[in-house]
Design a protein around this ligand. Structure first.
Ligand code: GLA
Length: 382
């Protein structure tokens, strides 16, 4: 059973009633533009058909009750006195806290959460919990939140309540995605351009089966190196640095800081070129840019891992593949490949076999479709 079906069953068993709303939250993939969002740069992600669902009914008071099939503990709190604790519920509470801070009048809810988005894999399950909780609170309270506000509330919850320095890419594409299109996002002014994904190509999410702990400390370290790089190169943010200035001002800049900056500068450039290629339906150019992105993430930004490198090599040497690269924060989790649709099923089997031969690990491959962002449906809707 998919999360969509499980969530209703779980809700009814727990609360002995039918839900009045079901919220569908997509996962996302990112074609290109990695570690650029927190540098005010460009990203090219889309929302995909790996989903989290939250079934809920509004309450008359301001209490929130939410259970998840993945965790034993039920999360309960009161919107009038939200306190920090530990655990997965902090994502829900953080969003409630950020929404309360906007001055809106909120009502609580009873809810159940079920998810087919793997946790800790670079598929943004935590941003999905935030976006889903924000929409759950909104529908329970009879208010509407547009995509940008949903995304900034979610990011604020993760950054300021949970203490994870995530960027705007994941929540924004999960909130604002459109069926059949990738979104070119300018992370400085949050403008979004929809660019259709050619129907004869498909993006594959390649799960290496590896997860790495303490990723957030390495992620935060990269973020501070970027701030340091911007300071040393004399720009407000690395978005404002171009290749010429990078080379002209690099004397005396430590090698690590220079390479972090070079990744961000070249990745922004690749992302804009990839968007142009996508507009032209030019999968070959887009694929080549993805490969260059992987090399830069591996060598300059140093966020890849052996299994991720092995997966990218397995993918790019399989027929039908235009290009591949590691995806998300890095160090483990998933890669993404662009594949000709006619070759996709064969690619799926072959890439998993090659990866298993080389690493001894089991890969999971998902051929992903671009779907709409978060949506709340009446509980009875099927
Ligand atoms: C994580 C963060 C995103 C982004 C990526 C790297 O997934 O949540 O905001 O910074 O890493 O591109």
């Amino acid at each position: 059973m998919s999360a969509r079906d499980r969530v209703g069953v779980h809700f009814t068993t727990k609360y002995e009633a039918s839900p009045t709303w079901r919220v569908r939250i997509p996962s996302r993939l990112n074609l290109i533009g990695e570690h650029t969002d927190y540098n005010d740069g460009f990203v090219l992600p889309f929302a995909i058909d790996r989903e989290m669902w939250i079934a809920l009914r509004a309450r008359d008071d301001q209490k929130v009750h939410i259970r998840s099939e993945s965790f034993v503990d039920e999360v309960t709190f009161d919107l009038t006195s939200i306190k920090k604790e530990a655990g997965w519920g902090e994502y829900v509470k953080g969003v409630a806290w950020a929404l309360v801070a906007t001055g809106r009048k909120l009502r609580g809810f009873d809810a159940f959460l079920a998810s087919d988005i793997p946790m800790g894999a670079g598929m943004s399950s935590s941003a999905a919990v935030c976006i889903g909780s924000a929409v759950a609170l909104a529908v329970a309270s009879g208010i509407f939140l547009e995509a940008r506000e949903l995304a900034t509330l979610s990011q604020r919850a993760e950054n300021e309540w949970v203490g994870v320095e995530s960027g705007i890419m994941d929540p924004l594409v999960m909130a604002g995605g459109h069926h059949g299109s990738a979104q070119l996002i300018d992370c400085r002014d949050l403008t979004i351009e929809d660019i259709p994904v050619p129907s004869d190509t498909v993006a594959a999410v390649l799960d290496t089966g590896t997860r790495r702990g303490h990723v957030s400390s390495a992620y935060n370290e990269r973020r501070s190196e970027c701030l340091e790089a911007a300071r040393q190169f004399g720009v407000a943010s690395l978005r404002d640095l171009d290749r010429e200035t990078l080379e002209a001002r690099c004397v005396g800049v430590p090698d690590v800081i220079y390479r972090r900056a070079r990744h961000v500068v070249t990745e922004n450039d690749r992302t804009l070129r990839a968007a142009a290629a996508l507009r032209n339906g030019d999968a070959a150019t887009l694929g080549q840019l993805m490969v260059k992105s992987h090399e830069s993430l591996r060598d300059d930004y140093e966020v890849s891992s052996r299994p991720l490198d092995a997966m990218v090599t397995a993918a790019t040497t399989t027929p039908g593949c235009f290009g591949a690269r590691m995806m998300g924060g890095g160090f483990g989790g998933v890669a993404v490949a662009l594949v000709g649709r006619a070759d996709a099923e064969g690619f799926k089997n072959e890439v998993a076999e090659t990866y298993a031969e080389v690493t001894g690990l089991t890969a999971h491959v998902h051929l992903a479709e671009a779907v709409d962002g978060v949506i709340a449906l009446p509980g009875t809707h099927n």
